[in-house]
Design a protein around this ligand. Structure first.
Ligand SMILES: [Cu+2]
Length: 158
């Protein structure tokens, strides 16, 4: 192979690969990692369902929405809030839970929470539940939520 054709070979073979990488980087939107999870816990449960509580912190410059939770310990999850109807608090499913810019949203008993529907086995204090949360703009966040006793309050108190 002459010096010229060797150069040609190198340019032809490397250019497409290089261009591919560059295009790929441009086409995929930049990842955001502005959401942080503080003090997650799942309330112990011997019933069909359980609830996950935590503080969602947004250090970013845009408002964010929690849109889904993946938890293998249950059949499926729902995002819930509480509403008062005729003096009775009821849980209601919501499409998302907002986290304000440079702020936080507290998921706690009696307010917003992630509901674990049809848990596969009873959750006892000391158990650990792997959780992955999905957001509208940010990367998904995976963490372990410890199971704590009923003393933390009950979302069905009324
Ligand atoms: Cu609920």
């Amino acid at each position: 192979m002459s010096r010229t054709s060797k150069m040609f070979f190198l340019i032809c073979c490397w250019a497409p690969a290089y261009t591919g990488i560059t295009l790929g980087s441009i086409l995929s939107s930049p990842a955001l990692a502005d959401i942080h999870i503080e003090n997650p816990w799942v309330r112990a449960s011997t019933g069909p369902n359980a609830a996950l509580f935590m503080t969602l912190v947004n250090t970013g410059e845009t408002p964010e929405k929690l849109i889904d939770a993946q938890i293998d310990a249950c059949a499926h999850t729902e995002l819930h809030t509480h509403v008062e109807e005729n003096g009775v608090f009821r849980m209601r499913e919501v499409a998302f839970i907002e986290i304000p810019t440079r702020g936080s949203t507290n998921l706690k008993p009696g307010e917003h929470h992630v509901m674990l529907m049809k848990i596969h086995s009873p959750l006892q204090e000391g158990d650990e539940v792997p959780v992955t949360l999905s957001f509208e703009k940010n990367d998904a966040v995976t963490f372990i939520a410890p199971v704590k006793g009923m003393g933390g309050g009950c979302c069905h108190k009324k």
